[in-house]
Design a protein around this ligand. Structure first.
Ligand code: NDP
Length: 434
């Protein structure tokens, strides 16, 4: 905290992690002796650069961008790019730090990294987004590669942005190099089921957690925040499993549809027309739209899946959810629950699926996309989905096992941190002080 006093999100992520792994450090002093923690919290490389571009009115705009190459012990840096006005170094560091352990949990050989910019694609034309992403990639390209660092999407970076970035990378690099980005379009090296992977994976993980505790999604009432990539496919899978999803949101407000969210409408509004979620009630007048997004947690539900952004579920919202009888929380977004809210859920025996484990399905399928690119083949949707389900089940069992092994049985927050840490820490020991 002394070194980087203005990065509260990064401190929050590190604090949760350090508290969890205390029993590991007590049992294995070699990690402290070899400076594993000191090395883990310091990125291997931090890149910061300016992105100049020209808007539709002919004015020059300048954004700030980052790529944090956090840890490459177990594989090339891997992690998404976020375009959102709130992006600064501390946000990218928190995301990159979490990514190290999440990638480790998938069982695939991927290190941790993250990047992004304070550019806001929301109110920009396609041409502006293209000019920005081309300028962004003109600097980023020299730092990435299929064996060094493989970015993907995140908030504000979807198929359109990845497409423009890939086009620019290809042009500068001079070869197709499909493996340099994941989340690509299906026409040029993308993987089937990548779009669905984070949302589906989150629901698969929560399903494992529920079924181990004698419950299921079937006939349960579910609230899912956000209406972006993760949220939409979490809604889809939850509905396929028989859940009654009654609400979703965007950064302006939420919709409550007691008859169940009409996903086709949400997909069209958000994926195709890029409109606000408030438009939903024009087509479904029995539903209500409420301004302000945190109110979504006041709706009584059995299962809540925060799938929008960091710290969207605070202590007060957690209290309300518990009073209303919530049984399980599954984090689709990264660090969506504040530290105090997580503690309250655990104290009240609410089943809690932490982001590192529950939302690892996206990066897992990105890893599968890299494999397909290297092998020059494409698996079917069913093949990828089956592998995703196996990976999520394995993450669940290794998380439960690690919690049991270190005396915190049932605490999946600690279990995920411990299981993710052990593999990275042992690899770092094996590779010496680098
Ligand atoms: P999208 O940009 O597709 O969607 C983000 C959603 O969250 C939108 O509905 C957006 O609303 C809403 N949102 C963004 N910021 C805020 C805010 N400050 N307050 C309330 N709502 C907000 O992003 P993704 O769905 O890809 O990502 C969502 C979360 O999941 C992030 O935490 C991301 O890091 C995490 N994640 C994503 C993965 C992926 O594969 N995409 C993988 C693993 C984690 P609006 O449209 O108004 O901006």
């Amino acid at each position: 905290q002394k070194r980087d006093p203005h990065e509260p999100e990064f401190h929050q992520a590190v604090q949760e992690f350090l508290e969890s792994i205390t029993p590991v450090l007590t049992r294995h002093p070699q990690y402290m002796k070899h400076g594993i923690l000191e090395r883990l919290v310091e990125p291997e490389r931090s890149i910061s650069f300016r992105v100049p571009w020209v808007d539709d009115a002919g004015n020059t705009q300048v954004n700030r961008a980052f790529r944090i190459q956090f840890n490459s012990a177990i594989g090339p840096y891997k992690g998404g790019l976020r375009f959102h006005p709130s992006v600064y170094l501390g946000i990218i560091k928190f995301l990159g730090f979490e990514q190290i352990f999440k990638n480790s949990l998938t069982g695939l050989p991927m290190g941790g990294g993250k990047g992004g910019s304070d550019f806001d694609p929301k109110d920009k034309s396609d041409q502006e987004v293209m000019r920005f992403t081309q300028s962004f990639m003109t600097e980023l390209y020299r730092h990435i590669g299929q064996d060094t660092d493989v970015p993907a999407g995140d908030i504000g970076v979807g198929a359109r942005e990845i497409g423009y970035m890939f086009g620019q990378y290809k042009r500068i690099h001079g070869g197709h190099a499909a493996g340099v980005l994941t989340g690509k379009g299906l026409l040029y090296g993308g993987s089937l089921a990548r779009k669905e992977a984070t949302g589906y994976g989150c629901v698969y993980f929560v399903q494992e957690m529920l079924s181990s505790n004698g419950a299921s999604f079937k006939d349960s009432k579910v609230v899912i925040s956000g209406s972006g990539n993760v949220s939409i496919y979490a809604i889809e899978k939850a509905q396929q499993l028989g859940a009654h999803v009654i609400a979703c949101s965007d950064s302006n407000g939420y919709i409550h549809d007691p008859q169940g969210i009409n996903l086709a409408t949400v997909k069209r509004l958000k994926e195709t027309e890029r409109l606000r979620i408030s438009e939903y009630v024009k087509e479904h007048p029995h539903a209500e739209y409420v301004e302000g997004c945190s109110g979504i947690w006041s709706l009584p539900c059995d299962i809540a899946l925060p799938c929008a952004t960091q710290n969207e579920l605070d202590l007060e919202s957690a209290r309300t959810l518990i009073l209303n009888g919530v049984k399980a929380i599954g984090e689709g977004a990264n660090m969506p629950t504040t530290l105090q809210a997580v503690e309250l859920f655990l104290e009240n025996q609410v089943l809690f699926a932490p982001a590192k484990a529950a939302n690892a399905g996206g990066v897992a399928v990105s890893g599968l996309e890299m494999s397909q690119n290297s092998m020059r083949l494409s698996w079917t949707f069913e093949e990828v989905d089956e592998k995703l389900q196996v990976i999520m089940k394995n993450i669940y069992s290794s998380t439960v096992q690690a919690a049991e092994d270190y005396g915190v049985a049932g605490n999946l927050v600690a279990g995920a941190n411990i299981a993710g840490f052990l593999k990275v820490a042992d690899t770092m020991l094996a590779q010496g002080i680098v």
